[in-house]
Design a protein around this ligand. Structure first.
Ligand SMILES: NC(=O)c1ccc[n+]([C@@H]2O[C@H](COP(=O)([O-])OP(=O)(O)OC[C@H]3O[C@@H](n4cnc5c(N)ncnc54)[C@H](O)[C@@H]3O)[C@@H](O)[C@H]2O)c1
Length: 438
């Protein structure tokens, strides 16, 4: 297939390279010249395991190109829309200006028979509106919505071998059939491997994505709410999660208590879903998502309070080491990162925050130059009165007291992700605090 991918961020760049890797001929389009320059030179503009390799191999095959000029989509018949849908300033709703701008600038280059495929996460109702726009501007061109479920850190693997495919297609049967056949050709390899496929209407496809994220966010906030109760009762939320997780109806995944979720998806998606429900007159149906959000944000405050408490009531002029800035390991994405938020709050209280991260320092320092960034754990913990483990990178999970105790000012550690062995740290004389467990 000849494919264009409009928007080459965390989702689109991986999608473009993965589609080329699968044998399609792909052009990636973005308005960000620096990003396109890097991608065209075979360099990943952000950290994502496996992306450099497929950029190189797909680039060498001659099947992958990048451009800032929308006219370069000519020749492609399938056009994926992968631009951002961030939270609107001053509101909980999704900002659809990028999606509309992308579709508007694509329309002059569309021809009859082309299929526009939405991948961005959008409020329910968007696909039907855009389908009207596309078909009325270019008769014979159609639109489908194909939400994306990739996880940053596993994006390449998730794109090449997704755990399911969802197509939201036109209510007109013949159009639905043609669109489904086109998408089946795009995803022929995954379908041959028996990836589950759900072909449905636009609204359901849009709702599948936001419901999945709402469910995951709820699961995390559920266990963090239980952590709050464990904290005042002396319970152990990790053992509790193990015990309830043995029930197959509950499952153990996404039940790790800690400093909560962040990133470019879950926080803004649950807010936008709630805002859309209110517009639809069903605000009460998703009112619980506000609570999910509050529980999540409370965990960050809890850690800040804990630091102040450990420092004897005030953080001013105290040295604090922060290990981890990305919102999750194996990513350099700092969008709505709980780790970075905690670091910034402590800095606001006058603490001298020295932070490190294996991949996210460049992004974090561009956004928060007031923090002090260092490349290594050894430098970060130098003279620290308290050490905070906030993103569970593999190398931080493997930390042992002997690795850092020579440099610290005081042997105090807060394990914001519940990944260290408390007994080991206490045995080495550390004051060890975790989330929802003794
Ligand atoms: N990142 C993820 O893990 C993930 C997973 C599933 C779904 N999504 C959804 O995918 C969408 C994109 O997310 P992302 O994380 O890749 O965002 P991103 O901010 O990393 O990338 C968006 C890209 O779109 C480009 N862009 C904006 N307007 C454009 C235009 N008019 N024409 C061409 N390019 C334009 C931007 O320059 C940017 O490079 C969002 O709706 C998000 O919710 C993301």
């Amino acid at each position: 297939m000849k494919i264009s991918v409009i928007g080459c961020g965390y989702l689109g760049a991986v999608h473009a390279a993965a589609m080329a890797e699968l044998g399609h001929e792909v052009v990636g389009i973005d308005v960000d010249e620096r990003k396109i320059e890097a991608l065209a030179a075979g360099r990943a503009p952000f950290f994502e395991p496996g992306l450099p390799e497929i950029l190189t191999s797909a680039g060498a095959s001659g099947r992958l190109s990048f451009s800032t000029d929308m006219a370069d989509v000519k020749g492609a018949t399938v056009h994926f829309i992968a631009v951002g849908t961030p939270q609107k300033a001053g509101s909980y709703s999704a900002d659809l200006t990028y999606v509309d701008a992308a579709v508007d600038s694509l329309i002059p280059h569309l021809k009859s028979g082309d299929l526009v495929v939405g991948k961005s996460t959008v409020p329910v109702g968007t696909a039907a509106r855009l389908a009207d726009k596309v078909t009325s501007a270019v008769p014979g061109a159609n639109l489908a919505w194909n939400p994306e479920f990739l996880r940053e850190g596993f994006a390449v693997e998730d794109t090449i071998s997704p755990d399911r495919l969802v197509y939201g297609v036109s209510p007109v049967a013949e159009v639905a059939e043609v669109s489904t056949n086109i998408l089946n050709s795009v995803y022929a390899k995954a379908l041959a491997e028996e990836t589950p496929l759900v072909v449905t209407d636009y609204a359901t496809a849009e709702l599948v994505k936001v419901s999945a994220n709402a469910f995951l966010a709820t699961k995390i906030s559920f266990i963090n709410a239980i952590a709050e109760i464990a904290e005042v009762t002396g319970g152990n939320v990790t053992e509790l999660a193990d015990a309830i997780g043995f029930d197959a109806r509950i499952g153990r995944r996404f039940l790790n208590a800690g400093i909560g979720f962040g990133g470019g998806c879950l926080p803004k998606d649950i807010r936008a879903f709630g805002a859309r429900a209110e517009e639809l007159g069903r605000g009460e149906s998703l009112a619980f998502l506000k609570e999910v959000d509050s529980i999540n944000l409370r965990r960050r405050q809890h850690v800040v309070d804990l630091v102040v408490d450990l420092l004897g009531g005030q953080a001013f002029n105290k040295r604090v080491a922060v290990l981890g800035l990305a919102f999750k390991p194996d990513s350099d994405d700092i969008r709505d990162s709980p780790a970075l938020d905690i670091a910034v709050q402590l800095n606001g209280l006058g603490a001298i925050v020295t932070a490190t991260d294996p991949e996210a320092i460049a992004n974090a320092s561009a956004k928060h130059p007031q923090l002090h960034f260092v490349p290594s754990v050894a430098e970060a913990v130098e003279q620290a009165e308290v050490v905070l483990l906030l993103t569970e990178w593999k190398e931080y999970r493997a930390l042992l007291p002997a690795d850092i105790e020579a440099g610290v000012g005081s042997k105090r550690i807060i394990d914001g992700r519940n990944v260290l062995d408390s007994a080991t740290w206490r045995a080495a004389g550390w004051e060890y605090r975790a989330m929802g467990r003794p």
